[in-house]
Write a protein of this length. Structure first.
Length: 141
């Protein structure tokens, strides 16, 4: 496993959306710096399930985008240094076998399993995921 400073970062869906919308008030200076460093190294990841999650939020009217969802996602995924981590069979299976206790949200399960597969630190403000990280089941930034 790589050192924490050089390990990939995986953005939780909310951080990806905030980053793309320029909502810098949601970021601390150290988190912004870590994201910039990871992007500069090509070590900034986004689980493909985050694209699905954004689509669901937009379809349900819980988020309003500045363009069509397709156009917004296409532009957001062009961010330099960002790589979409695919959903592999291994990640899908690991998401069903995470060390318990873990809540039932399938998107969170996929995101955590993706972070584990890539030995990435998860950038999140989700209290449940942070608590899960404190039990050493996933690295949290």
């Amino acid at each position: 496993m790589s050192s924490a400073a050089g390990s990939p970062l995986l953005l939780d869906t909310h951080y990806w959306i905030w980053l793309q919308m320029g909502a810098k008030e949601h970021f601390t200076a150290p988190i912004l710096k870590a994201i910039e460093r990871a992007a500069g190294r090509g070590n900034l990841l986004l689980s493909v399930i985050s694209v699905w999650e954004l689509g669901m939020l937009e379809a349900k009217g819980r988020i309003r985008l500045t363009s069509t969802c397709d156009q917004w996602v296409k532009k957001a995924l062009e961010m330099p240094g960002l790589t979409v981590a695919p959903l592999t069979p291994e990640i899908a299976l690991d998401s069903t076998r995470l060390p318990e206790p873990f809540h039932g949200d399938p998107a969170d399960r996929m995101i955590v399993a993706t972070a584990r597969a890539y030995s990435a630190r998860l950038v999140t403000r989700d209290a449940k995921l942070i608590a899960y990280g404190r039990r050493n089941h996933v690295a949290i930034l």
